[in-house]
Design a protein around this ligand. Structure first.
Ligand code: ADP
Length: 454
């Protein structure tokens, strides 16, 4: 999951959590205050009822008091309201038919009824009682109804604040992750070999700003080291090439018998020395080429080229070697392929390199096939062999400079420098194409690259 999404989700969850917590707390407090209010109202009602009852007891006129109790009984939450004398005789009741009954258990309350009562004191006549019984379920429903309205408003505010929170979370997450994403992209640039890449100056002075600063310092230092390394390798390779050229020339002169006749054994050793010297020369050339290609853009001369004109010379150049190795070299170029935009010399070098690698890793009796096909707006070249193959986990690494697959090293006909594919990759990239490899380890490999059609 991307860091930005994770950041947003964490902030959102925090907002959601705090909303749930505050809503629950608010609900609890509101419920308590509603209950308190209800109790107060009930106490006021029973106080009024007591006053009515007291008045009637004093005056002996029960007309108004009884009407009052009947009216009380008509309220939606009231189950009963009554007033009794000290002996438990009912003097007024919400149900007038019960007047005169004796209620000996003055405090007995039916199930589901919540009752409030107050004594009615008359000097010298003991204490009567006024009671109001409420329907507990109805009271509860009233409280719930009032709370539901409050919660509805609360949830509307919640949704609104969630939308705001989402926006804020996204903005905060973006502000925090953008510098990290920029750093990741910059690191990718560095690892792709663009050591002159720098992050633009930033005004932030926090840890991310410091990281940015340190990144640029590191890139600068790496660039310096790379330049030093390149200068060193260039001067070393040049220093190697001069004496090597002398050795090659001397060996060739001796082989041409300019220094007198040679025995068969001398000839054999000299040929082998010259072959080794040639290989060393090629390796040094490869290193110099790789250095040059890595140093920056190099001149390519694009022309509209026939695919056939690229494929045939490359295959012909390796035909003798294939024969020597006992490997069948096949080419397949269908008629009517579009021309490609290519620097012929460089593309032939790519093909030559891929074919040479294929021959190097294919045992005698195997086959190497060079194919070209139309692929959308490009022409796709393919060099397929029936050789050693490449382990899947190493396929993405073989285009790195100096990378060689250790498992198949001993199967190669000759040692290489590990530079050929990185040079091919650079050349193809400069042409605007793509290069990649597929392989089944132990069964063979296929290398592909595309060139834009002209
Ligand atoms: P070199 O061939 O000089 O070692 P390359 O850059 O051309 O360098 O190739 C890098 C590595 O990729 C080789 O060392 C080898 O391990 C692997 N490789 C390239 N082509 C093939 C192939 N056709 N079959 C098997 N392995 C290959």
């Amino acid at each position: 999951m991307r860091l930005r999404v994770r950041f947003s989700l964490v902030i959102l969850s925090l907002i959601l959590l705090s909303q749930v917590f505050f809503s629950a707390a608010y609900y609890y407090i509101e419920r308590r205050s509603e209950m308190g209010l209800m109790y107060q109202q009930a106490m006021q009602s029973v106080q009024l009822a007591t006053a009515e009852c007291h008045e009637a007891m004093v005056t002996g006129d029960w007309g108004t008091a009884r009407e009052y109790f009947v009216a009380l009984g008509m309220l939606p939450a009231v189950r009963h309201a009554d007033c009794m004398d000290a002996g438990g005789r009912i003097l007024a009741h919400s149900d007038p038919t019960r007047i005169g009954e004796r209620n000996l258990d003055a405090f007995g309350v039916a199930e589901g009824v919540w009752q409030v009562s107050r004594s009615v004191r008359l000097p010298g006549r003991g204490a009567g009682l006024a009671r109001i019984g409420y329907d507990a379920a109805e009271l509860d429903a009233q409280v719930r109804g009032r709370l539901a309205r409050t919660m509805l408003v609360l949830s509307q505010v919640g949704v609104f604040s969630m939308v705001l929170g989402l926006l804020a979370a996204f903005l905060v997450a973006r502000a925090q992750t953008r510098p990290i994403e920029e750093l990741a992209a910059a690191t990718a640039e560095l690892s792709a070999g663009h050591l002159d890449f720098r992050l633009p100056e930033d005004a932030r002075r926090d840890e991310l700003g410091l990281l940015r600063l340190k990144f640029n310092e590191m890139a600068h230092r790496l660039g310096e080291l790379d330049k030093m390394k390149r200068r060193l390798v260039e001067s070393l390779t040049h220093d190697l090439k001069n004496p090597l050229a002398g050795i090659k020339a001397s060996l060739q002169m001796m082989l041409d018998r300019n220094a007198g006749p040679l025995t068969a054994a001398q000839k054999k050793y000299m040929e082998s020395s010259l072959e080794s010297a040639d290989r060393l020369w090629d390796t040094i050339d490869g290193i110099l080429d790789a250095m040059r290609l890595q140093a920056g853009p190099f001149p390519i001369q694009l022309e509209d080229a026939e695919v056939e004109a690229l494929v045939r010379p490359a295959a012909a150049g390796l035909e003798p070697k294939a024969e020597r190795c006992g490997v069948k070299l096949k080419t397949s170029v269908p008629k009517g392929l579009p021309r490609v935009k290519a620097d012929c010399e460089l593309v032939q070098r790519v093909l030559g390199n891929l074919l040479a690698n294929a021959l190097k890793f294919t045992p005698s009796g195997g086959t190497v096939t060079l194919r070209a096909e139309k692929d959308g707006g490009t022409v796709r070249f393919e060099v397929r062999d029936t050789g050693a193959g490449i382990p899947a986990e190493e396929l993405s690494r073989i285009f790195e400079p100096f990378y060689q697959v250790s498992e198949t090293g001993s199967l190669a006909r000759e040692h290489g420098s590990g530079l050929g594919l990185s040079i091919c990759e650079r050349i193809v990239r400069e042409h605007g194409g793509r290069i990649w490899a597929e392989s089944e380890f132990g069964k063979g490999s296929a290398f592909f690259f595309t060139l834009p059609a002209a």
